[in-house]
Design a protein around this ligand. Sequence first.
Ligand code: GLA
Length: 396
Amino acid sequence: MNFRTSLLRCLAALTLGSATVLLAQQMSELPLAMTPPMGWNSWNHFGKKVTEADVRAAADALVSSGLRDAGYVYVNLDGSWEGERDAVGVLHPNPAKFGDMKALVAYVHSKGLKFGIYSSPGPVTCGGFVASYQHEEQDAAMFAEWGVDFLKYDLCSYHSFMAGLDPDNSRALDEAAYEKMHQALIKANRPILYSLCQYGLDNVWEWGPKVGATMWRTTADVKDTYELMTVIGFAQAGLSRYVNPGHWIDPDMLEIGNGGMNVEEYRTQMSLWAMLAAPLLAGNDLTQMTDETKSILMNREVIAVDQDTLGRAGDRVRAVGPVELWSRPLKDGAVAVALFNRLQGVSKMTFNLNEIGWHGPAKARDLWAHEDVGTITDSYTANVPRHGVVMLILRK
Ligand code: GLA
């Protein structure tokens, strides 16, 4: 990092606070989110049916529900907004579902929110819509002109170019595709957070930062089932060493509130994503939230773990079959601990302070019960519900 870059970063951090996306305008790099990005994405609930009205309603609901003030600021429109590319190469939104995109982005901005969009390096997106292949600069410039703040760039049909290549050539092509859009975004001269979506191929965590990425998907698509959510979430074990402020692993979006899991299971997703320092992108219909859904998505104590400014991810300490102990180092020497029970029944779980490298007594607080649970001197035992979690924060 050169002197000017460091100076501007320091000034931006001082001015805007540590959780703020640092502006990198007119510098040869893209913005970094110094804590994991938070917001909403249209895909998990609306899929290909999403309309402009849905996006506006989501923006309204982020504000009225209190989600925005809890940190959820991105309104990310996923695939299926796309219409046709015209004779001069301009990609138009699907006119049956979207009107003036610049006006939509302005509406989202007027609510104190940020706007995200979606495309692919291939000729078509995963949904079969027109994508950015050979139009990277043109699309990036258009996104910048609309006022876009976030781009999810999804490998999709580009994958077919990589098929059959040996691992080195496949990885080189993969990296080149993402680097191409990285350069296009820099040229577009607007700070657009770059989110890679290529399902964790080619050890993306090793080269994501090099191509300007702030976050990168590490898995196939999550679904609204406990089985798939946990297969994806717990498979992140071991990736914590690739996480640091501005570089986050993305085990896909939240399913909380979509109806396929019970309260303990959704608390597990929220807790595990917070332990992983993963982006928190709600994927439900924000206009139809129960109090239970709100209490999970807006558990400020769990959000604070996710957003901890030390910026180090947690990891698995031990797993005895389906019973897992995870810990995450936090600022000021605090530690978050999560006991996950993947069994079919309640499990009595115990952990010792020395297992997580803690010396001396620890003042413990239960982040789902929202209560202090006393001082732990040696070990702690809790009854963890079926498919549930007990999440603690330990402080000196
Ligand atoms: C892929 C991505 C999803 C979503 C869809 C849209 O499957 O992994 O997150 O963006 O494409 O078609």
